[in-house]
Ligand binder design. Structure first.
Ligand SMILES: Nc1ncnc2c1ncn2[C@@H]1O[C@H](COP(=O)(O)OP(=O)(O)OP(=O)(O)O)[C@@H](O)[C@H]1O
Ligand code: SF4
Ligand SMILES: [Mg+2]
Length: 383
């Protein structure tokens, strides 16, 4: 078993941020460290959203009669919770099921199995096709590509007012007053109300998308790669706006992103997904310092380090992400895992507590492996 001698917490030093966007973020620390109730306890009073056994299998149609010949297990038994007012980052390679999980939570697509419960004023309500309309006010989504999510034929005032109208705000004046308020909240003004999406830059269009998501005073916003389509120079502005809005309106975010340095800055906790499953979840500092799953370690090793004094050997993940139609048996990461042993292709590891404060990982050897994190005083040894 190679590379097992790396010392925990001897991770790479990450400079003030690994991407330009992260560098420009106002937060000067390596991650935000807001006090959020009792971190790690998952105190039920604090929990806003609870997801249990969530699955989404997409049928693969084939043959003459276009019948299901298999299923893509996009989300395959996912459990997590989000506390009120926190940001849960959700990371993983392309195709790991992040968007599908977000869409299921909002019931924009029907889950195959599992329970999603939302805490509305202290009462947990199951999110399903019966309740989703009344919960729509409380749960919203911001998409990656603000251009394709905004109707190009509608004026900004109508785009933002649409959810208000759908939820029964009849008075046109009332709607447009609210639109003005929302535009101000996202750093725009009433001058922009009668313009069309194509007249704005990418960053402004994302601000319009955010204003629309805020229209009904939601508590939870699923942010699906909200800055990935933006120029790097604009990313930090939008991230800072999301941060301000969270403070101001007490919002809770599920923040889906590829860029780990962005996730590091915005998240209180982070969940790592691989092939439809959560393989690790922990408080952000704990995860970045002390990963306990080999997949998380490999993801971290790809974060660029803008410091020539530090060298690090990137862990190359062999092969592609396997197909969710026919995932590998046992631990579905085993064909790409450099620590895999015989048991890994036979028995599926469960997501279990591997440290205090709610640090969970799904690896047979999570207690034995000493993996390399991102922060720390020195350079870890490899090979
Ligand atoms: N409507 C669909 N029908 C069949 N398969 C689908 C469908 N939507 C998603 N999938 C598959 O489900 C898996 C998860 O997709 P998903 O878009 O949730 O991943 P993701 O983690 O959001 O990826 P990315 O980072 O590229 O956005 C992928 O293998 C994808 O091909
Ligand atoms: S269970 Fe085995 S294959 Fe899976 S991550 Fe752990 S060591 Fe690697
Ligand atoms: Mg996605």
């Amino acid at each position: 078993m190679p590379d097992m001698h790396m010392r925990r917490n001897e991770g790479r030093k990450m400079a003030t941020g690994a991407t330009e966007a992260a560098i420009e973020l106002r937060s000067t620390g390596e991650s935000r460290n807001r006090s959020r109730g009792n971190p790690g306890t998952g105190d039920k009073e604090e929990v806003l959203l609870e997801v249990r056994g969530l699955k989404k299998y997409f049928p693969i149609l084939g043959g003459l009669f276009r019948r299901p010949v298999g299923y893509a297990r996009a989300v395959d038994g996912v459990d997590f919770y989000i506390r009120r007012g926190e940001t849960l980052g959700l990371v993983g390679e392309s195709g790991s099921g992040k968007t599908t999980a977000g869409m299921c939570i909002l019931h924009l697509i029907e889950p195959t199995a599992g329970k999603i419960r939302f805490n509305r004023d202290g009462e947990f309500i199951e999110v399903n096709s019966r309740t989703v309309r009344s919960l729509r006010r409380s749960m919203q989504i911001i998409f990656q590509d603000p251009y394709s999510s905004l109707d190009p034929r509608m004026m900004v005032q109508d785009i933002i007012a649409e959810p208000l109208e759908a939820q029964g705000v009849r008075s046109r004046r009332e709607r447009y007053e609210r639109v003005e308020e929302l535009l101000n909240a996202v750093g725009m003004s009433s001058q922009h109300m009668r313009r069309f999406p194509h007249e704005f830059s990418g960053g402004q269009r994302q601000r319009i998308g955010i204003a629309r998501a805020l229209a009904l005073n939601p508590s939870l916003i699923v942010c699906d790669e909200p800055v990935s389509a933006l120029d790097v120079s604009v990313q930090a502005q939008v991230l800072n706006l999301l941060d301000d809005l969270q403070e101001r309106f007490g919002l809770t975010y599920l923040f889906i992103a590829h860029d780990l340095s962005v996730v590091q800055h915005v998240s209180d906790r982070v969940a790592v997904m691989y092939l439809g499953k959560i393989v690790e979840i922990a408080d952000v500092e704990e995860l970045f310092n002390n990963p306990r799953h080999p997949y998380t370690e490999a993801l971290f090793s790809a974060i660029p380090v803008p410091d020539p004094d530090f060298q690090y050997k990137q862990i190359i993940l062999e092969g592609d992400v396997p197909s969710p139609i026919d995932p590998p048996p046992g631990c579905n990461f085993h064909p790409r895992c450099r620590y895999a042993r015989a048991i890994c292709s036979k028995e599926e590891p469960v997501l279990r507590e591997v440290g205090g404060d709610g640090h969970l990982a799904a690896c047979h050897f999570a207690d034995d492996l000493v993996l390399m994190g991102v922060w720390g005083p020195g350079i870890a040894q490899t090979g």
